[in-house]
Design a protein around this ligand. Structure first.
Ligand SMILES: N=c1c2ncn([C@@H]3O[C@H](COP(=O)(O)OP(=O)(O)OP(=O)(O)O)[C@@H](O)[C@H]3O)c2ncn1[C@@H]1O[C@H](COP(=O)(O)O)[C@@H](O)[C@H]1O
Length: 91
């Protein structure tokens, strides 16, 4: 699965809520809760980077990436928007 595929699944959960989906529960909780999760996951990345080993860091960056994608979907920001911005900065 690549980032675009995961983003598409997340968008689908936003448009077609399902009761068993964690993603759906985040969209139901709303912007403040999604922002809170992004903040928590960012802190967990920092802690993992301070000596918990590579695998732990991979897991925490994955959690953060997923939650950032949910925040993007909540705010109609797409992976292409981010790649376009990064491309503009590339030198
Ligand atoms: N990639 C992810 C993913 N990464 C992390 N998480 C969830 O993010 C949560 C991480 O929160 P925490 O580490 O704080 O642990 P927690 O205590 O369980 O969470 P809270 O109760 O504090 O909210 C866990 O519940 C993980 O399961 C994810 N949930 C879903 N996905 C993907 O999103 C898509 C849609 O999944 P559903 O939402 O399950 O339909 C699928 O492709 C999934 O693989």
């Amino acid at each position: 699965m690549n980032i675009n595929d995961l983003y598409a699944v997340i968008l689908d959960r936003k448009e077609n809520p399902t009761t068993s989906s964690y993603t759906t529960s985040l969209f139901k909780a709303g912007q403040d809760e999604i922002c809170k999760k992004v903040g928590e996951e960012a802190i967990e990345v920092i802690i993992a980077a301070k000596g918990q080993g590579k695998q732990r860091l991979v897991e925490e960056v994955s959690d953060l990436t997923y939650h950032v994608l949910v925040l993007m979907a909540q705010n109609q920001v797409t992976p292409d928007d981010i790649l376009g911005e990064l491309e503009k900065r590339h030198r």
